[in-house]
Design a protein around this ligand. Structure first.
Ligand SMILES: Nc1ncnc2c1ncn2[C@@H]1O[C@H](COP(=O)(O)OP(=O)(O)OP(=O)(O)O)[C@@H](O)[C@H]1O
Ligand SMILES: CC(C)(CO)[C@@H](O)C(=O)NCCC(=O)O
Length: 322
């Protein structure tokens, strides 16, 4: 990846510590020695939650049409006023899930989390379906029918709604609940149905806990991010339905176009906090449509890739240090 050609070059440091790059998350700790050994790159660790928030705040303020809602296959971009952004709940779905109340730049609190996250979907999915990779598992969920395995309200109530408490016949009463009474073995279920039920179970649960936390702190906006989502329509749809269902239509789930890279972006932006005396920012060559330069205590970075027409083009930004 030519990582050793990027990052910061500290001319004043001893030769073994010359190149360092910002990194965040568990990997910045877990793989620090490996980076040093294989690439002679030192990882400059930045706090994971701080980076997530910095990345999210930056994107929400600087990037036009960053946030959108997604319901019934309809994507609608949200108008975010940068002066009226806070407070909001940021839900980052990686292997596990973190829920962070964001009150301003650098002002945040991790208020909750759940261990039932992307790792649970992928881990259980791998065991139950024998899928070899995440994309295959997700792809399968498109064709599946969760009603085969999930126990619905209608299954319990002889096909009818339980209208008195607001539950329709199609509401899931118990995820995977049908498997207890079907007298079937794992091989009798189609992998696509398992995948679909798993995705709904995980996404519903995250949507529900998120809404409850938003309610707990009176937060109107919930932004969902993390590599688990990856713009996947059914995942977003399920999370949106869960938030809508539990909030009785009061709250709305929002998603971010650059959802999988908040932490990395936040770590990247933390270069601007660094004293630049004696440091040179190296340009990361051709692979990445990015250029970084510095002057005094300012960093200018531009990511100016060409539009690919699918809305995923690189962002263009200028970051000023203070
Ligand atoms: N191609 C992929 N391969 C593996 N997992 C993927 C892939 N695409 C999306 N995912 C999902 O992303 C999750 C990991 O996301 P991410 O890399 O953001 O988390 P992490 O940094 O490992 O977790 P945490 O934030 O809990 O430390 C996986 O558990 C899986 O659900
Ligand atoms: C441990 C982290 C923060 C690592 O990214 C993440 O995986 C997480 O938020 N897990 C959920 C832990 C919990 O709050 O139950």
């Amino acid at each position: 990846m030519k990582l050793h050609l990027g990052g910061f070059h500290d001319c004043t440091a001893p030769s073994s510590d010359k190149i360092f790059i910002k990194a965040t998350g568990g990997g910045a700790y877990k793989f620090a020695d490996l980076f040093k050994e294989k690439l002679s790159v030192s990882l400059d660790k930045e706090d994971e939650m701080e980076c997530l928030v910095t990345g999210a705040n930056f994107l929400l303020k600087a990037v036009h049409q960053e946030a959108f809602t997604y319901l019934d296959g309809q994507k609608e971009f949200a108008q975010i006023d940068p002066n009226d952004l806070y407070p909001y709940l940021l839900v980052n779905i990686g292997s596990g899930v973190s829920m962070i109340k964001v009150d301003g730049d650098g002002k945040f609190e991790r208020v909750s989390g759940t261990s039932l996250g992307g790792g649970t979907f992928w881990g259980l999915g791998r065991l139950l379906t024998k899928c070899k990779n995440f994309d295959e598992l997700l792809e399968l969920s498109h064709q599946g029918n969760n009603r085969v395995i999930d126990m619905l309200v209608g299954d319990i109530y002889g096909g009818t709604d339980y209208a008195k408490i607001g539950l329709s016949a199609t509401t899931i009463a118990s995820s995977f609940g049908k498997a207890i009474s079907d007298n079937k073995e794992l091989v009798d279920y189609k992998p696509e149905d398992i995948s679909r039920s798993l995705l709904r179970m995980i996404s519903n649960n995250i949507g529900q806990i998120s809404y409850l936390n938003a309610l707990r702190f009176g937060l109107k906006r919930i932004f969902f991010a993390g590599f688990f989502i990856r713009g996947h329509a059914y995942t977003m749809d399920t999370i949106s339905v869960a938030v809508n269902f539990w909030s009785k239509g009061e709250a709305e789930a929002m998603f971010l176009r650059h959802e999988g890279f908040l932490g990395a972006l936040g770590a990247f932006m933390s270069y601007e906090k660094q004293c630049l005396d004696g440091l040179t920012v190296n340009k990361i060559p051709q692979r990445f449509p990015i250029s970084v330069s510095s002057a005094g205590n300012k960093i200018y970075c531009s990511m100016n890739g060409k539009s690919n027409g699918n809305g995923n083009e690189s962002i263009e930004c200028t970051v000023y240090g203070t």
